[in-house]
Design a binder for this molecule. Structure first.
Ligand SMILES: [Zn+2]
Length: 237
């Protein structure tokens, strides 16, 4: 193969490798982000449950102050009842006392109900916290794995950059400019093989004359349809 063409094939393969690192790094970071998002969602849930528990505790405190009022009232009634004489007054006081006792009982039941709800909320909170710990652990181990992977990618990448630098130093500037111009629109398909006598960039059939040129590969040939640089693959490629 023509030396310049061979250099272009190599350069395009190097550029492809370099461009492939970005999505790899993105996908690693995306996995980390998913776990972080899960933790944020759990934290929000825990906060919500905490608020609900505070609200329930406030209701209990409120009910307790009613209980104190009812107890005070019952005491007051019994004090009054020692002083009253008439049947009618006693009856009225008894009614009042019964009402206060009913209210007291209802209030105590209400506290029991609220406490049971708080117990359920606390159980839910414990479950959420356990789940959070699990995700945090898997995030930590993922972070460790990823650190190694990112380091490996960084190593590979710097090797590829070295290769590119060496290659560029050896290349003809005009040919390089020509390549970069095609790369602007064709991205990583600026240099493509010909397979089954078709351009592997635009997939159009190459005429016999151009195909013969490509097979000889003693010159740089572009696709007559799309303008990409074409080459005939050798067995080791
Ligand atoms: Zn083409």
């Amino acid at each position: 193969m023509n030396k310049y063409l061979q250099q272009l094939v190599n350069l395009s393969q190097i550029d492809q490798k370099i461009d492939n690192y970005a999505p790899r790094i993105d996908s690693i970071n995306r996995n980390l982000q998913l776990k972080k998002d899960e933790i944020v969602a759990i934290d929000e849930n825990i906060e919500k449950v905490d608020n609900e528990i505070s609200e329930l505790k406030a209701q209990i405190a409120n009910t307790n102050s009613h209980i104190n009022e009812f107890n005070a009232k019952i005491k007051d009634i019994s004090k009054k009842s020692s002083a009253v004489k008439s049947e009618k007054e006693i009856k009225a006081l008894n009614l009042e006392e019964d009402l206060a006792k009913d209210q007291l009982e209802a209030a105590n039941e209400e506290i029991g109900r609220l406490e049971r709800i708080i117990d359920n909320k606390n159980e839910l909170k414990a479950e959420l916290e356990e789940k959070k710990t699990q995700i945090q652990n898997s995030l930590d181990s993922l972070n460790n794995e990823v650190a190694d992977e990112l380091k490996a990618i960084e190593n590979e990448r710097s090797k590829i950059y070295d290769q590119k630098e060496k290659l560029l130093a050896d290349m003809n500037q005009k040919i390089l400019t020509f390549y970069e111009k095609i790369r602007k629109w064709a991205k990583n398909t600026a240099v493509v093989p010909v397979r089954k006598q078709a351009c592997y960039g635009c997939f159009m059939k190459i005429n016999d004359k151009t195909y013969a040129h490509i097979i000889k590969s003693d010159d740089i040939t572009t696709c007559p349809h799309c303008g990409r640089i074409l080459y005939k693959e050798t067995i080791e490629e």
